[in-house]
Design a protein around this ligand. Structure first.
Ligand SMILES: *[C@@H]1O[C@H](CO)[C@@H](O)[C@H](O)[C@H]1NC(C)=O
Ligand SMILES: *[C@@H]1O[C@H](CO)[C@@H](O)[C@H](O)[C@H]1NC(C)=O
Ligand SMILES: *[C@@H]1O[C@H](CO)[C@@H](O)[C@H](O)[C@H]1NC(C)=O
Ligand SMILES: *[C@@H]1O[C@H](CO)[C@@H](O)[C@H](O)[C@H]1NC(C)=O
Ligand SMILES: *[C@@H]1O[C@H](CO)[C@@H](O)[C@H](O)[C@H]1NC(C)=O
Ligand SMILES: *[C@@H]1O[C@H](CO)[C@@H](O)[C@H](O)[C@H]1NC(C)=O
Ligand SMILES: *[C@@H]1O[C@H](CO)[C@@H](O)[C@H](O)[C@H]1NC(C)=O
Ligand SMILES: *[C@@H]1O[C@H](CO)[C@@H](O)[C@H](O)[C@H]1NC(C)=O
Ligand SMILES: *[C@@H]1O[C@H](CO)[C@@H](O)[C@H](O)[C@H]1NC(C)=O
Length: 398
C-alpha cells in the first residue's frame, strides 16, 4: 500500500516536472557516444551522421551536440524530415578533411529537408580550404569550379542559424537554397582576401530570409544573392575584405527565376572591390530583378561603392549581346564614406533593357585618399531614374 503511494507520488511528481519543464525530456545525442574520436585527426564524419540520425529518429525533442573538442570530418549529410527536428549545438571546432578527393556533394555539411531547424552553440566550422584554392590540386574527376560549401542548407524552413564562426571554406561558407523563413545572425565568417570563390553567404531560390549581425571578410562576395530570391532583409553586416554585397550574378543560365524585394540596411563595407552591387551577364536570357533598397551604408576605401553592372564578365569570354535581365525599382539612400576609385557611382545598364526607377538619395562619397588628383564622379548608361538630396559625386541621373 505504502509503496504504491510512493510510486503514485513519484509518477505524479515526474509528470508535473515534465510538464513544467519540457527540457527535461530533451535527450542529447553526442557523436562521442557514436564512436567519434574527437582528436582532430580521425575522420569522425560517420559518427556525426550516426548521432544525427539517432537524434532525428528520436520521438521527443533532441539536441545534437558537437561537444567542446576538435573534430576532423569529411562530408556529412544531416537529413530530414525527422520525427522532431533536433536542435543543433556546435560547441567545439570541426575541421574539414582537406583533400578534395573525399568530397562528392555540393556541400561539406549538408542540412536537408528540415522544418524548424535551429543551429547555434558558439563553435567553429573550419573548411581548411587552403589546399583546394590552388587549382593544380584539383583531383582529375572533380570540377573544381564549385568547391564544397561548408554549410549547405537545402529545403529548410523556419530555421535559425546563429552564434557560430566559419573560416577558410573550400567553396562558399554558407549556401542557402530552396528554403523559406530563415534567419541567419551573429556569425563571424573569414577567409583570406585572395582566396577564390569563398563567398560568405550565398542565397538562391529562397523566400523570407533575414541576415543580421554578421561580420564577414573573405576573398569573394560577403553576401551574394542569386536567382529566385524574394523578400530578403540584410542588416548590421560588417563586410570586408572581399567583393562586397552583391545581387547576382544573374542571367548566366536559361530559365532563371526572378529576384525581388531585397533590402540592405545599416551595413559597413571596408576595403572591398565593390560596395553594394547588382551584376548580370551579357547575353543573358530574359528575367526580372526588382525592388531593391540599399540604405544607411558606410563605405571605407571601397573600389566601386555603388554599382550596377549589366556587362559582368569576369573571364572576358562572353557573347557581346546585351543582358536581358530587366532591373527596376532600385533605391540607394544615405550612402556615405570613401571610395578608392574616382568613379564612385556606376550605373551601367543593358542596352536593350534599360534600368528603370533608380533612385539615388543623399549620397556622400569622397575619395579615400584626399591627395589623389582626380575628382570623384558618377557614370550612367541606359538608366532611368532620379537623384534627390545630397549628391556627391554629382549624379549622372537627370
Ligand atoms: C553563443 O555561444 C556561446 C558558447 O556556447 C554561449 O556562451 C553564448 O551564450 C551564446 N550566445 C547566445 C546569444 O546564444
Ligand atoms: C599550387 O600547387 C602547385 C603544386 O602543388 C605548386 O607548385 C604551386 O606553387 C601552388 N601555387 C600556389 C599559388 O600556391
Ligand atoms: C513554418 O512554421 C509555420 C508556423 O509554425 C507553419 O505554419 C509552416 O507550415 C512552417 N513551414 C513549413 C514549410 O513547414
Ligand atoms: C539601423 O540602425 C538604426 C540606428 O542604430 C536603428 O534605429 C535601426 O533600427 C536599424 N535598422 C535596421 C534595419 O537594422
Ligand atoms: C515591388 O514593390 C511594389 C510596391 O511595393 C509592389 O507593388 C510589387 O508587387 C513588388 N514587385 C514584386 C515583383 O514583388
Ligand atoms: C585602399 O585600398 C587599396 C586597394 O585595395 C589599398 O591598396 C590601400 O592600401 C587602401 N588604403 C587604405 C588607407 O587602407
Ligand atoms: C516598381 O515599383 C512600382 C511602384 O512602386 C510598382 O508599381 C511596380 O510594380 C514595381 N515593379 C516591379 C517589377 O515590381
Ligand atoms: C595617398 O596617396 C599618396 C600618393 O599616391 C600616397 O603616397 C599615400 O600613401 C596615400 N595615403 C593613403 C592614406 O593611402
Ligand atoms: C576637380 O573639381 C574642381 C572643382 O569643380 C575643378 O576646379 C578641378 O579642375 C577638378 N580637377 C580635375 C582633375 O578634374
Amino acid at each position: 500500500m505504502a509503496s504504491k503511494m510512493v510510486l503514485d507520488l513519484f509518477c505524479f511528481t515526474v509528470l508535473v516536472l515534465c510538464m513544467a519543464n519540457p527540457s527535461l525530456e530533451q535527450e542529447i545525442f553526442d557523436p562521442m557516444d557514436f564512436e567519434a574520436m574527437g582528436d582532430g585527426e580521425t575522420d569522425d564524419g560517420q559518427a556525426l551522421v550516426d548521432a544525427w540520425d539517432s537524434a532525428c529518429e528520436h520521438r521527443a525533442p533532441a539536441i545534437f551536440v558537437i561537444p567542446k573538442r576538435t573534430f576532423l570530418a569529411g562530408p556529412a549529410t544531416f537529413e530530414g524530415p525527422c520525427r522532431v527536428t533536433p536542435k543543433v549545438q556546435i560547441l567545439g571546432t570541426v575541421k574539414a578533411v582537406p583533400s578534395m578527393n573525399d568530397y562528392y556533394n555540393p556541400g561539406w555539411f549538408e542540412f536537408k529537408h528540415l522544418n524548424g531547424l535551429e543551429i547555434g552553440g558558439g563553435g567553429t566550422l573550419d573548411g581548411q580550404g587552403a589546399a583546394s584554392w590552388n587549382k593544380t590540386n584539383c583531383p582529375p574527376k572533380r570540377s573544381c569550379k564549385s568547391l564544397p560549401i561548408s554549410m549547405r542548407l537545402l529545403r529548410v524552413s523556419n530555421a535559425t542559424i546563429s552564434n557560430l564562426t566559419f573560416m577558410n571554406s573550400k567553396g562558399f561558407h554558407i549556401g542557402l537554397q530552396q528554403s523559406s523563413s530563415v534567419t541567419i545572425s551573429r556569425l563571424r565568417i573569414s577567409a583570406p582576401a585572395d582566396s577564390p570563390n569563398t563567398d560568405g553567404i550565398h542565397i538562391s531560390r529562397s523566400d523570407n530570409v533575414m541576415l543580421t549581425s554578421l561580420n564577414i571578410g573573405t576573398g569573394d562576395d560577403c553576401i551574394s544573392i542569386g536567382q529566385g530570391v524574394n523578400n530578403l532583409q540584410i542588416s548590421d553586416v560588417t563586410c570586408g575584405p572581399g567583393h562586397g554585397i552583391s545581387v547576382g550574378s544573374l542571367g548566366k543560365y536559361m530559365n532563371e527565376e526572378d529576384v525581388s524585394g531585397v533590402s540592405v540596411r545599416n551595413c559597413t563595407v571596408s576595403g572591398t572591390t565593390n560596395g553594394v552591387r547588382i551584376k548580370t551577364w551579357p547575353g543573358s536570357p530574359p528575367s526580372q530583378a526588382s525592388n531593391f533598397t540599399f540604405e544607411d551604408i558606410i563605405m571605407h576605401n571601397v573600389s566601386n561603392p555603388i554599382i550596377i553592372d549589366q556587362h559582368y564578365c569576369p573571364d572576358h569570354d562572353c557573347v557581346v549581346s546585351p543582358s536581358r535581365v530587366k532591373i527596376q525599382n532600385v533605391t540607394f539612400r544615405r550612402i556615405q564614406g570613401t571610395s578608392n576609385d574616382p568613379v564612385a557611382v556606376k550605373l551601367m545598364c543593358s542596352e536593350t533593357m534599360a534600368c528603370e526607377n533608380v533612385h539615388l538619395q543623399d549620397i556622400s562619397l569622397i575619395m579615400e585618399n584626399n591627395t589623389a588628383t582626380s575628382n570623384i564622379t558618377s557614370s550612367c548608361s541606359n538608366v532611368k531614374g532620379v537623384a534627390v538630396g545630397l549628391q556627391n559625386p554629382e549624379s549622372c541621373l537627370y
